[in-house]
Design a protein around this ligand. Structure first.
Ligand code: F6R
Length: 592
């Protein structure tokens, strides 16, 4: 999703803006641009493609202005092009705006402005903001912004600068993320904390309906009526080192290898936070787990544990479907929004809707201070550290660790089950040691055009997750399916060209899964299986066998997902693809 950066201080803004944009790259983007106040003029540079294109186009242009804004754009309204890239300006080029999110009523606003003679230069919804602010400006940028936000509908964040007040940036948050970084004689604005971490760890996370007014001397926060708001400054616990690649070729590979720590830290974090939730899951008629993408797959696994270990009926729903489903929700329901970023707009809206209907809400997030964290009744944190690769890996295993932990709250065998969970990090290490074998398998199958992933019971969500990982970073079509359902349709796809990845640990459905493997083999499909070390039966019926150490049934997902992440990673990496920033994808999806 789009990324915003802003700087005002005593240093030239350009290098700080470019550095910030690079650290926002992981959000996914197709074009980038900056605007700097140079004397009494706005200078703007935009490029389609990577930040390095923008950097190249700025060579030999030593801008020294000390206030500026920058943007990475993930196209929503209007194709990726220079004309649609941000910053956008008013007709006279005196105001520059960068924006993340969607202005839902922009067509109406645009028509009104056109009737007044405004000529639009782009197809974006953003440009209306620049024209509206210019039209409302009477010597005070904050007042012009206040007048403008009254007219905007949608979920958005934006930042604006003007030649009339060099040294000032005004930022607005309504639905999309925006944080303020507090420095010494300089201040920052960004969509996400890693963008400003090299300069400051003192951060204010804005809430919806808030406006930040920044100068080098200070930051003031207001609500949309212009009333001052007092905010706490948070000291960010991460440092920049933990947000960098640390010798790995890609962030994704680094993050795959960080999973023992992510799971261990999450469990330790939950153990040390006393009573994680001040109520029992059983107090509710049902639990509804709401999430998107990989977080949804974590929810599917959580459902099995919540129902069997905690004895509470559980539903798992896609956030984007739930919001408009009309599903009855009441105070008898506990709704848990699972989201790495805590900013996914579908999840946030769905959880908030359930809250309005009386449900108790819990945010299960990795980012402390994120919107979902702040807006839910209670929060449970994963402690995976910043995840930069667009494909979620360590936050998935951290999420399932947290879900398992919650399921055990009142289980009579809690202590034994928790000690099993504490063994997971060292067992993940053992799987990671076999990464080279998996790389060899990746090399062998990387030219295939389709993959089928199968699993039953706890391994079905893992099949879905394995297929998602492959398609999102390698652009190879992959489908995850319950192994037992295969005969009702997908079996028609199987022939000697179809690799079928089967997740088959020795669990309650092992024998059934072996039968499904036979169905694949009979049709000449190529079986790549994931199973327990020493499982000769499985090995014998597989073309490739990816082994994980044996573990109690409930904890198999922690281990079986790892070879699938590694397989997807090496296929994409060997194909020479942009593993950390796959095309069309964004790390944080802040549009509906
Ligand atoms: C897949 C992936 C996405 C996210 C989804 C939800 O690798 O990363 O499918 O899982 O966009 O994101 P969060 O968890 O931030 O709500």
């Amino acid at each position: 999703m789009c990324g915003i950066i802003g700087y005002t201080g005593g240093d030239p803004a350009l290098p700080l803006l470019l550095g910030g944009l690079e650290r926002l790259e992981y959000r996914g983007y197709d074009s980038a641009g900056i605007a700097i106040i140079e004397g009494r003029k706005l200078v703007i540079e935009k490029k389609v493609g990577k930040i390095r294109e923008l950097v190249r186009s700025l060579w030999g242009k030593p801008f020294s202005g000390k206030t500026g804004i920058g943007h990475t754009r993930w196209a929503t309204h209007g194709a990726p092009s220079i004309k649609n890239a941000h910053p956008h300006t008013d007709s006279k080029g005196e105001f520059a705006v960068v924006h993340n999110g969607i202005i839902e009523n922009f067509l109406d606003l645009r028509e009104d402005l056109k009737r007044e003679g405004v000529k639009f230069k782009s197809e974006t919804d953003t440009e209306v903001i620049a024209h509206l602010i210019a039209r409302s400006y009477r010597g005070d940028l904050l007042s012009a912004v206040l007048e403008t936000v009254e007219k905007l509908k949608g979920a958005f964040a934006f930042a604006v600068i003007t030649v009339h007040e060099p040294g000032r940036i005004v930022g607005v948050k309504q639905g999309s993320p925006l944080v303020v970084g507090i420095g010494e004689g300089e201040n920052f604005l960004a969509s996400d904390i890693p963008a400003i971490l090299p300069y400051t760890r003192r951060v204010i996370t804005l809430s919806d309906g808030e406006i930040a007014d920044l100068t080098p001397e200070g930051v003031n926060i207001y609500d949309f009526l212009g009333n001052p708001v007092t905010k706490d400054i948070m000291i960010v616990p991460w440092d920049i080192v933990s947000a960098e690649r640390g010798g790995f070729k890609h962030f994704m590979l680094k993050e795959i290898h960080e999973q023992p720590k992510a799971v261990g830290d999450t469990v330790r974090g939950l153990l040390s936070s006393g009573e994680v939730l001040p109520f029992s899951l059983k107090e509710f008629r049902r639990v509804i787990l709401i999430a998107c993408g990989t977080s949804y797959h974590a929810g599917l696994i959580g459902k099995f544990w919540f129902e069997r270990l905690a004895g509470v009926p559980t539903e798992v729903v896609y956030a984007s479907e739930f919001r408009y489903s009309g599903s009855p929700v009441s105070e008898e329901d506990l709704v848990i929004g699972i989201s790495q970023s805590g900013e996914t707009i579908d999840t946030k809206f769905a959880v908030n809707m359930a809250k309005e209907k009386g449900a108790k809400t819990v945010a299960l997030v990795n980012v402390v201070g994120s919107s979902l964290d702040r807006e839910s009744d209670h929060s449970v944190y994963t402690h995976a550290g910043p995840e930069i690769g667009v494909a979620a890996t360590k936050t998935f295993t951290a999420q399932i660790a947290a879900l398992y932990f919650l399921a055990l709250r009142e289980n009579p065998d809690r202590e034994t089950l928790l000690s099993d969970l504490m063994r997971v990090p060292s067992l993940i290490e053992e799987v990671l040691e076999k990464a080279e074998d998996i790389e060899r398998v990746a090399e062998k199958f990387m030219k295939k055009k389709n993959f089928l992933y199968l699993g039953r019971y706890l391994s079905y969500p893992i099949a879905l997750e394995g297929a998602l990982k492959l398609k999102e970073i390698s652009y190879i079509h992959a489908e995850g399916y319950p192994a037992g359902e295969m005969k009702h349709g997908p079996i028609a796809l199987i022939d000697e060209n179809m690799p079928v990845v089967v997740v088959a640990p020795q669990d309650r459905v092992y024998e059934k899964t072996l039968s499904n493997i036979e169905e694949v083999r009979t049709r000449k499909g190529i079986v790549i299986s994931v199973g327990f070390e020493g499982d000769e039966r499985l090995k014998k019926v597989s073309s490739e066998f990816l082994e994980v150490p044996p573990i109690v049934e409930d904890l198999t997902p922690f281990l079986t997902v790892i070879p699938l992440q590694i397989l997807a990673y090496y296929i994409a990496s060997r194909l020479g693809l942009d593993v950390d920033q796959p095309r069309n994808l964004a790390k944080t999806v802040t549009v509906e």
